[in-house]
Design a protein around this ligand. Structure first.
Ligand SMILES: *Cc1c(COP(=O)(O)O)cnc(C)c1O
Length: 227
């Protein structure tokens, strides 16, 4: 549905206000980036959000990311890839130069991506995706292996610039369970700060304030923006 500007302004203001309240409760120095996830919405709404000041956008499919980056190539937007990357789409993603690829979800994907980046003589900023709730339907490395894999990628994949971690909170209504998945991810993130990790991407429409309280500094919000 195409939403009018005042409607989108209200949604955006409400989210920014909630983020503000949650981040101040952590620390006034704790800065949180909002990435608007457009996968279920029309391009018109993305254009309106741009007019309202939003600059960072994310998509979960390479094809849709490509079309939208093309549609808005004249605008100073930053684009994030947040979905599982199939190996046969790696070259397509590389050609798009997203500002951040948040969904590096296995060592073998990292190795393949590294090789193809090398062939094109370029680099990519990535986050390691952690399957913090251990859900079979979700991709990502397990919390146990996350640190090791992070260090292996850092060591063996010179064309990948690891910036931190990403997780999707547990798929449940049970707040303590969601909180646990964020806390375990934040704990891993903390041990990786010495390795240069600076981005902890956690929190979606239903759980972003909780994620921020657990240390997230990047939230990915779709449905709450476009409701
Ligand atoms: C769809 C999606 C989001 C946004 O989800 P909403 O619940 O609509 O805010 C965030 N992160 C990832 C990885 C997604 O696939």
């Amino acid at each position: 549905m195409i939403l009018d500007k005042e409607h989108l302004r209200k949604n955006l203001d409400e989210i920014i206000w909630n983020i503000e309240e949650a981040r101040i409760a952590v620390s006034e120095h704790h800065i949180v980036q909002l990435v608007a996830i457009g996968k279920y919405t029309e391009v018109e709404n993305i254009a309106t959000l741009y007019e309202l000041g939003q600059r960072a956008f994310g998509e979960n499919q390479v094809q849709q990311l490509k079309e939208r980056m093309h549609t808005f190539e004249e605008l100073p937007l930053e684009w994030h890839m947040i979905g599982h990357l199939q190996k046969n789409k790696i070259n397509n993603l590389i050609d798009l130069h997203p500002v951040l690829m948040q969904s590096l979800d296995s060592l073998s994907l990292a190795e393949e991506l590294n090789k193809k980046l090398g062939a094109k003589e370029t680099k990519m900023n990535c986050l390691l995706q952690i399957n913090s709730a251990r859900e079979e339907t979700k991709s990502g490395v397990t919390p146990e292996e996350a640190r090791d894999i992070y260090l292996q990628i850092k060591e063996n994949c010179p064309n990948i610039t690891l910036k931190g971690v990403m997780t999707i909170g547990a798929h449940t209504e049970d707040t303590p369970t969601i909180q646990k998945s964020f806390e375990s991810t934040y704990t891993i993130f903390e041990t990786l700060k010495k390795e240069g990790a600076s981005v902890c991407s956690m929190g979606m429409s239903g759980d972003y304030t909780l994620a921020i309280k657990c240390g997230s500094n990047l939230v990915r919000i779709g449905s709450a923006l476009f409701k």
